[in-house]
Write a protein that binds this ligand. Structure first.
Ligand SMILES: NC(=O)c1ccc[n+]([C@@H]2O[C@H](COP(=O)([O-])OP(=O)(O)OC[C@H]3O[C@@H](n4cnc5c(N)ncnc54)[C@H](O)[C@@H]3O)[C@@H](O)[C@H]2O)c1
Length: 417
C-alpha cells in the first residue's frame, strides 16, 4: 500500500520540479529576448531603433525643443538639418546656430566612414548648443515626433549615402538613404502643418557623362555614370513630384567636390593627406591620352554660404496637411567654385603644405563611376542666392591641413578611411 503512495509523491514532486524548470527556462528566454532586443539597446537614448522609449522621454523632448528655438534673432528660422553629423551638415548647423536660428540635427551615425569622426562633430555641435538626434530618415514615427515638438520652417536635407565608388560595393545603401529615405522625409514634410520649405543636397554628379563645360542647370542630366549620381537624379525628379502634387517649396543644390576642415575621409584630398604623411603611395588616375582628371573643388565655407542663401530665399510651401493650395517654388542651383583644378596640382599643394614628397602611382582611370572633370557655371546661384565663392584651393587646403594635423594629433588617432 505504501509503495504506490511514495511513487505518487515522487511523481508529484517530479512534475513540480519539471514545471519549475520549464518556467525558469521560459523566463530566462524572455529576459534574454529583452536584453538582446534592439529596442533595449543601450547604444543611445536617441537611437532610431528605440522610438517608443525616446519618444516618451521628457528630457529628450526638452532638448529637441530648446535646440529648435531661435535665439534672439527676430524672424529666426527653425531648421531640421538631416545628416547633421556629416561634413557639410556640421558646418551648416554651427553657422545657423551662430546667427541665432533654431536648429535640430538628425543623423544615423552609420559606419560608412569612421563614426568616431561623426561623434567628434556631434560634440562640437553640442558645444555650439545644437542637439543632434540619433535616428534614421526612414523612421516616420521619429520624424513626425520631431515635427510635433518643433514647427520647423525649413528642412535642410543633407543626409545621404555619399561616395561614387562605394555604390559598386553596397548599392542598397544608396537606395535606402537617397531614395527611400528622401521619400519618407518628403511624406512627413507634406503632411506637416505648416509645411516647411525644403533645401536639399543634390550633386554635380548628375551631369554624368556630359562634355559641354561649364555645367549649367539648363543642361541635360540623363547620363549618370554611377548609381550615386542616378539616385541624386532620381531625388530631383522626386522633388518635382512632391512640389507638383503637394505644394512643397523645394530647392536642390548641386554641390561640386566640397573640401575643408572636418571633411570626409573617403575623399581624395583627405586620404591623400593621410597616405602622404604615412609615406604610403597614392594613386592618381588619368583619362585617355594622359588627360588630367580635374575637379571644381569648392571650399566648405562657400558651400555653407550657398546653403544659407538658399534657405533665406526659399519661399513658403503652399500646401498644408497634405493638400496643395497653390503652385510652389521649385529650384535647382549649382554650387561650385568655377575653377577646375587638376588632381595632380592638388597633390603638389598638399606636398608643399605637408612638407613631404608624395609617392605617386599614375594609372588609367577605371570604370568605377568617377567622371573625368567637373566645372560649374554658377551665374544662377550668383543672381538668385547672392552666392560668391571666395576661397581658392591653396587657401582652403591650408585650412584643411591645419585642422587635420591638429585633430589627429590631439585625438592621438590616425584616420580610418
Ligand atoms: N561633400 C561633397 O563633396 C558633396 C558633393 C556633392 C553632393 N554632396 C551631398 O551633400 C550631402 C552632405 O554630404 P557630406 O559630404 O556632408 O557627406 P557625409 O557622409 O559626411 O554626411 C552625410 C550624413 O548623413 C548621414 N546619413 C546617411 N544616411 C542616413 C539616413 N538614412 N538617416 C540619417 N542620417 C543618414 C550620415 O551618417 C552622414 O553623417 C550629401 O547629400 C551628399 O550626397 C556632397
Amino acid at each position: 500500500m505504501d509503495k504506490p503512495l511514495s511513487v505518487n509523491r515522487f511523481r508529484y514532486h517530479f512534475s513540480i520540479a519539471r514545471l519549475v524548470f520549464w518556467t525558469c527556462i521560459f523566463l530566462g528566454l524572455i529576459l534574454l529576448f529583452f536584453f538582446h532586443s534592439p529596442h533595449s539597446s543601450s547604444s543611445s537614448s536617441t537611437s532610431d531603433s528605440a522610438p517608443r522609449r525616446i519618444l516618451a522621454d521628457p528630457d529628450w523632448e526638452s532638448r529637441v525643443i530648446k535646440s529648435g528655438k531661435p535665439r534672439s534673432r527676430a524672424g529666426g528660422l527653425r531648421v531640421l538639418v538631416t545628416g547633421a553629423a556629416g561634413f557639410v551638415g556640421t558646418h551648416v548647423c554651427a553657422t545657423l546656430r551662430r546667427r541665432g536660428d533654431g536648429v535640430v540635427g538628425l543623423d544615423n551615425f552609420n559606419a560608412y566612414y569612421d563614426p568616431a569622426l561623426k561623434q567628434a562633430r556631434r560634440s562640437l555641435l553640442e558645444r555650439a548648443d545644437v542637439f543632434v538626434v540619433k535616428g534614421d530618415i526612414n523612421n516616420p514615427t521619429l520624424l513626425s515626433k520631431l515635427f510635433e515638438l518643433v514647427q520647423f520652417t525649413h528642412v535642410m536635407h543633407l543626409a545621404a549615402q555619399a561616395g561614387v565608388r562605394y555604390a559598386m560595393k553596397n548599392p542598397s545603401s544608396y537606395v535606402h538613404s537617397n531614395i527611400a529615405g528622401f521619400v519618407n522625409l518628403l511624406e512627413v514634410c507634406k503632411s506637416a502643418n505648416p509645411q516647411p520649405a525644403i533645401v536639399w543636397a543634390s550633386s554635380s554628379s548628375v551631369y554624368g557623362l556630359n562634355t559641354k563645360v561649364p555645367f549649367s542647370e539648363k543642361d541635360r542630366t540623363d547620363k549618370p555614370s554611377s548609381l550615386y549620381a542616378a539616385t541624386k537624379k532620381a531625388g530631383e525628379e522626386i522633388a518635382h513630384t512632391y512640389n507638383h502634387i503637394y505644394g512643397l517649396s523645394i530647392t536642390g543644390l548641386r554641390f561640386f567636390t566640397v573640401y575643408g576642415p572636418w571633411g570626409r575621409p573617403d575623399m581624395a584630398y583627405f586620404f591623400f593627406t593621410k597616405d602622404i604623411l604615412k609615406g604610403k603611395p597614392i594613386t592618381i588616375f588619368e583619362g585617355p591620352d594622359h588627360f588630367s582628371v580635374a575637379r571644381d573643388f569648392t571650399y566648405i565655407d562657400d558651400i555653407v554660404k550657398g546653403c544659407l542663401g538658399a534657405l533665406d530665399t526659399a519661399k513658403k510651401s503652399t500646401g498644408s496637411g497634405g493638400v496643395k493650395k497653390g503652385p510652389a517654388q521649385l529650384r535647382v542651383f549649382n554650387l561650385g567654385n568655377t575653377s577646375p583644378v587638376p588632381v595632380s596640382k592638388l597633390v603638389n599643394i598638399l606636398e608643399k603644405l605637408l612638407k613631404v614628397k608624395a609617392k605617386k602611382i599614375v594609372l588609367p582611370m577605371p570604370a568605377n563611376g568617377d567622371v573625368l572633370f567637373t566645372h560649374a557655371n554658377i551665374s544662377l546661384a550668383q543672381r538668385e542666392l547672392g552666392y560668391k565663392p571666395t576661397t581658392d584651393l591653396q587657401t582652403g587646403l591650408k585650412k584643411f591641413v591645419r585642422w587635420y594635423l591638429n585633430f589627429y594629433t590631439r585625438t592621438g588617432k590616425t584616420s580610418n578611411v
